[in-house]
Every structure is written in C-alpha cells, then in structure tokens.
Design a protein around this ligand. Structure first.
Ligand code: ADP
Ligand code: MG
Length: 429
C-alpha cells in the first residue's frame, strides 16, 4: 500500500495548507488571483514531492486536485498549465511523464476551462459532486493509460489510492472552499443588510430629527410675529431660524445621499476653492463657537471628484471639528501635494476622541452629541470618500484634538484647460 501511503501523506499536507490558506483568505477578504495562483503552485510542488515512481519514468501524484480546483474555481489556465509542466521538469527532468504532461495538461485545462462557467453556476453540493466525478474520470483515464502502455503497477494499491484517496481529497478540499465562499458571501450579505436596515431605521427617525429644528424655528417665527422685537433681536432670531432650518436641511441631505446613491459623475475640482466655499458656509457657526480658522492654501490643487459629494463631506468634517471646540479653539485647514496625492488636512484642538470612539466613526447613529447629533455625518463622509476613490485617515487624542486627513489622487490636467485661481482672493473675513 505504498502508493496509498504517499497519497495520504500528500493529502494531509494539502488539507493543513488548505485550512491555513482559508483562515488567511477569510481574514484578508478575497485572495488576489496572483496570491491564489502562488498558493496553488506550492500545493502542486508538494504533490510532486510526495509522488510515487512507477517504472518507465511514470510518477503517480495528487497534482490533479489543485489543477482541477484551480481551473474550475479560478480559471487560472495558463498559470496552472505552465506551473505543472515546469515543476514536473524540475522534479523529474525531461522524462516520459514530462512529455505526457506537455500534451495532457493543456488538453485537460481547456476542457475544464470550458465547463468552468457552468460549474460555477451550480449549487454548492452539486459543485462538490462534479469535482469528485471529474477526479474519478481523470483516475480512469490514468489507469487506462497504464494498462495501454503495459506499465507494471500494483493494481489494488493504485485503484484504492486513485479512486478513494484522490476523490476523498478533492471532495474535502472542495467542501472547505465552499464553506469559506459561503461565509464570505454571508458576511457581505450581513453588511449589506445592516446598511439597508440602517437606512430604513433612518427613515423612521428622520421625522424626529427634522421636527426638532423645525419646532425651534417655528417658535422663533411666532416670537417675531407676537412681539415687535428690536432690529437687533429680529436679526438674532432670524439667524437662529436660519441655522435651525439649515440643520434640518442637512439631515435630509445626508439621508438622501445614503438612501439614493446617484450615478457617479466626476468633475475637475479646485480643492482650495471648494474648501473656501465650504468654510464660508460654516463661518457663522465657527463664530458662535469662537473658533478661529487658519487656512494654509499655498497653491491651487486639482482632483477629479463629484463636487456635490466633495462639498457634503467637507461640510460634515469641518462642522464636526467646529462642534468639537464648544469653548473656542483653532481649526487648521491645509492642502498638501504629496507626490501623486492631494492631502487635505483638517486639524482641531477640540475634545478629541478615545480609540474606541475613533473605531466607531462611520457607524450609523454613532454620536456623542445626544439630542443635537444625528450620527449620520461621518457615515456619509466614509461612503462618499470611498466612492470618490479617496482615503481617510484619523488621528485623535481624547482631550487634545483630532486630525482628519483625506487623500485624493492628484489630477494632472494641462494648465491651459483649467481656470487658474488666485488663492490670495480666498481670504475669510
Ligand atoms: P454627529 O456630528 O451628528 O454626532 P457624525 O457622524 O458627524 O455625527 O459624528 C459622529 C461622532 O464622531 C460625533 O458625535 C463625535 O463624537 C465624533 N467626532 C467626529 N468628528 C470629530 C472631531 N473632529 N472631534 C471630536 N469628535 C469627533
Ligand atoms: Mg456631525
């Protein structure tokens, strides 16, 4: 039973490798095709290392397992054909088996590649069955070949190893692969459901969120009607009404942005100019909080992004920074060009966040502002920045302040096509 023992040893290592690989893949989301290819190639070399030599330069091994799995699941045809042939030459030289591999592997690969779309459309259990049947077919071909060329081989041992161990092996490995695929799909489904739930829940709470600022605004309108306040009082009431209505508007904007994702359209964005427009909108609330705004705009940077989304992200981020300094402070806004990236830095010396709070940023309804917060702003920021292919980095220390850094790929457009902006004009008063 020497061949069976070789197959069992080889299979045990394959199972261990598969389990380690699956744990790794599961942690690191889906494997990149190239990493999966390297993984399959190492499995093929292990199969060769544990192969059993028959006479006339023929070796029996479990290489068909990674070969079938790799092509049916990932369609990595050239890589697997090339690896199998090259590894054969490395392990056994240019023997008869090598020339047979040169002919048979592309042939099998093309058949498997052809049936792969049909295979992937089957149910999980059906796929495992198909894999076992394919492996049995290959075993029959292998044994027929040994018979045809009158190669001397221990018949019982080979039949047991090929029909039982190989089929069992491919069945087990296919089962593990299917389980991991299911868990990845389930994870994605749960994430999607969680997001949809959040949006639905948002719909229910939205009326509550809007009612508060509207009630306050109505209250001040009534005051204006009932009394005849002085001009100073009138303008004070009107500015409160404006800010309450603005906050109701922002709730609606954030909600719509999440519930109805629009088709992505990118425009040329003059970063400094757009940030300046955002700052202008937020000056009244900065003044209320006695927040001093420092802007370091040195040159005009250009990126490709969706203007509306860009606006909404920076309104939310800067508004949070202002709100984190209820007793005044400094908000520093910088734009830096770092090789191919434009880095937008928003720094505040406000209340900061604990590491736990930082990890919760972007979760729907996470807010430390009680009734005043909606916990939607950062959710919108994270979604939009991702949609605009940007990245977001947060550094925060509780009691000290927070730095948000948003990176976008810099857009190199010929300068004559774009309007040049004189940054000296962007002075906030
Ligand atoms: P909201 O502002 O309505 O509370 P957001 O989603 O905009 O909701 O923000 C979520 C939470 O993240 C805030 O309640 C706050 O605790 C925290 N946060 C966001 N930005 C800052 C910041 N610059 N400084 C301190 N905390 C922040
Ligand atoms: Mg906010």
């Amino acid at each position: 039973m020497e061949i069976t023992l070789h197959y069992i040893a080889s299979l045990s290592i394959l199972v261990i490798l598969q389990l380690l690989g699956l744990v790794w893949f599961n942690k690191n989301k889906m494997p990149a095709r190239i990493i999966y290819g390297i993984y399959l190639a190492s499995i093929i070399s292990i199969c060769f290392a544990f192969s059993y030599p028959l006479e006339q330069e023929i070796n029996l091994s479990l290489t068909s397992i990674p070969f079938i799995l790799g092509i049916l699941y990932s369609r990595l045809v050239p890589l697997l054909v090339f690896t199998t042939i090259v590894l054969h030459a490395i392990f056994f030289g240019f023997d008869l088996g090598f020339w047979l591999a040169c002919i048979s592997t592309p042939f099998y690969a093309i058949i498997l590649w052809k049936i792969s779309p049909w295979f992937l459309a089957q149910t999980s259990n059906k796929r495992i069955q198909i894999l076992v049947q394919t492996s049995l077919c290959l075993s029959i071909v292998k044994i027929a070949f040994l018979e045809l060329f009158h190669i001397d081989y221990p018949i019982l041992d080979v039949v047991f190893a090929e029909f039982f161990i190989q089929s069992l092996g491919i069945g087990m490995l296919a089962f593990f692969t299917e389980e991991v695929n299911k868990s990845i799909q389930l994870k994605n489904y749960l994430l999607e459901t969680k997001k949809n739930d959040a949006i639905e829940q948002m719909g229910a709470t939205i009326s509550h969120e809007i009612r508060n600022p509207l009630t306050a605004a109505i209250g001040f309108v009534q005051l204006l009607q009932a009394q005849s306040p002085s001009t100073e009082k009138q303008s004070q009431y009107l500015s409160i009404i404006r800010s309450e209505l603005k906050s109701a508007e922002r709730v609606v904007e954030n909600y719509l942005a999440l519930a109805k994702p629009e088709e992505e359209t990118f425009q040329t964005i003059h970063v400094e100019l757009q940030l300046y427009n955002v700052l202008k909108l937020l000056i009244p609330s900065a003044q209320r909080n006695k927040v001093y705004i420092k802007q370091h705009f040195s040159e005009s940077h250009i990126i490709q992004a969706n203007q509306q989304k860009f606006h909404q992200c920076f309104i939310n981020l800067i508004k949070n920074a202002i709100e984190s300094m209820p007793n005044g402070g400094t908000l520093c806004l910088k734009v830096i060009n770092d090789q191919q990236y434009v880095r937008i830095i928003i720094e505040d010396d406000g209340i900061g966040m604990t590491p736990e709070q930082v990890s919760k940023l972007g979760e729907p309804y996470f807010s430390t502002k009680g009734d005043k917060g909606t916990g939607l702003g950062m959710l919108v920021v994270f979604n939009f920045i991702k949609e605009m292919n940007g990245t977001i980095h947060v550094e925060s220390e509780f009691g000290k302040g927070t730095i948000f850094e948003i990176w976008f790929e810099s857009s190199i457009t010929p300068t004559n096509e774009i309007e040049i902006i004189d940054l000296k004009d962007l002075v906030l008063s």
